[in-house]
Design a protein around this ligand. Structure first.
Ligand SMILES: Cc1ncc(COP(=O)(O)O)c(C=O)c1O
Length: 393
């Protein structure tokens, strides 16, 4: 996938729609990223952290049992095995190194499912930076384990009580806070969203998923390249990283959104959080609240590069409902012994639905990125099972 234009555009999308006071801050991040990304010493440092701290390369696990049941070959890229339990650490270590290079002493972040907050708190601890994480009050309740993890790592977690009290509101609050502290703090955005250069920079930091998977697939598949590359999409960072490794191949790229947060499926062109993309809106153009059982997919926008890939037909975006997600998570757990995150279970659910249909014909070879592990979701699943038990008794 190509770099954006000089103005940070992917086709019609992207850009830098921020208040005057943040234009200079974004330009500074862009200059620092361009400089760092061209510096072999920075790349070496990041590669070393990936190997020694994150545990990369993460495994590529053939899901033999499910493959036999579905009549396809299903390969799982195991970002759930990365340190802190999701792909978010890939991006955060890159940005934290950049923050340190820029002389910043504090990281600011927003989080939904809490995985980006945990990753940011982790990197801050490692690099001796202080850390403030904004999180919607609703997500604080459903992701209490991750809130405690962040606090254990020394981060300050600030509850956001406005709007839907989820990721959208946490992001707005983090941006508002950044305006006043750009000299000392670095805003560590958690997905391929936000003003230029964030969508591009985060994709480059997540590209490691797709690059590793490409060479791993070449070792296990006769055709070297899978027929389909599939990942769940909130803002779209694990999907962008996965797609980046296969953009120049024949693989069909498929992003799976939550039906209640399907910015590609139901959104219209608009501006949100400093970038232009596909956004859920009402008739008056106001941002419509998203909903998903998975806190990390509960976001009304999507990264601008995805909107562009969708427009030019290079990637396809589908959606699954909340009701399909828990059965998919359970089936993966019981056939393969892998408890994935609710977010990742969206991608699994689509594969279960589509396998054997013209959308995903028999004998397809599928690379599916498991973006995270399910530990954070166990309390929610326990609650769900209790409610189900009550309903059936
Ligand atoms: C495990 C997991 N997967 C996926 C996502 C969605 O983010 P993205 O679309 O940027 O990969 C999140 C976000 O919090 C997450 O925690």
């Amino acid at each position: 996938m190509a770099a954006p234009s000089a103005r940070g555009r992917f086709g019609d999308y992207g850009g830098r729609f921020v208040p005057e006071s943040l234009v200079a801050a974004c330009a500074e991040v862009e200059a620092a990223f361009r400089d760092a990304w061209a510096d072999p010493a920075f790349r070496r440092q990041l590669d070393q952290l990936r190997a020694e701290y994150v545990g990369r390369p993460t495994a590529l696990t053939p899901a033999w049992n499910l493959s036999a049941e579905l009549g396809i070959t299903l390969l799982l890229k195991r970002e759930d095995l990365a340190h802190t339990g999701s792909h978010k650490i890939n991006n955060v270590l890159g940005q934290a190194l950049l923050a340190r290079r820029m002389g910043r002493t504090r990281l600011i972040a927003e989080t939904g499912a809490g995985q980006h907050g945990v990753a940011t708190a982790t990197a801050a601890a490692l690099f001796g930076l202080s850390c403030t994480v904004f999180m919607g009050e609703r997500d604080l309740e459903r992701q209490a384990l991750n809130v405690f993890r962040m606090r254990m790592l020394g981060a300050e977690v600030i509850p956001v009580t406005s709007g839907s009290r989820t990721l959208k509101d946490a992001t707005s609050e983090a941006m508002r806070h950044w305006v006043g502290v750009t000299d000392t703090a670095y805003y560590c955005i958690g997905s391929v969203m936000g003003p230029h250069p964030y969508p591009w920079m985060v994709r480059e930091f997540q590209r490691v998923i797709g690059d590793e998977a490409r060479s791993q697939c070449a070792r296990v598949l006769a055709a070297a390249v899978p027929t389909h590359v599939i990942a769940c999409v909130g803002g779209g960072s694990n999907a962008a990283g996965s797609f980046a490794g296969f953009a120049d191949t024949s693989a069909e790229l498929i992003g799976v959104e939550a039906a209640g947060g399907a910015a590609m499926g139901d959104g219209r062109d608009g501006v949100l959080h400093g970038y232009r993309s596909r956004v859920l809106q009402d008739e008056d153009g106001q941002i419509r609240e998203a909903h998903s059982i998975a806190a990390g997919l509960d976001y009304p926008g999507i990264g601008p590069e995805h909107a562009h890939l969708g427009d030019i037909g290079r990637a396809r975006y589908v959606s699954v409902t909340d009701e399909e997600v828990i059965p998919a998570l359970t089936r993966l757990a019981r056939t393969e012994g892998i408890l994935c995150a609710l977010e990742s279970a969206h991608a699994v659910a689509w594969v279960l639905r589509a396998a054997g249909t013209p959308e995903l014909p028999a004998a397809s070879t599928v690379l599916l990125t498991l973006s995270g592990r399910g530990d954070k979701d166990m309390p929610a699943l326990m609650q769900h099972h209790e409610q189900q038990g009550e309903r059936s008794s």
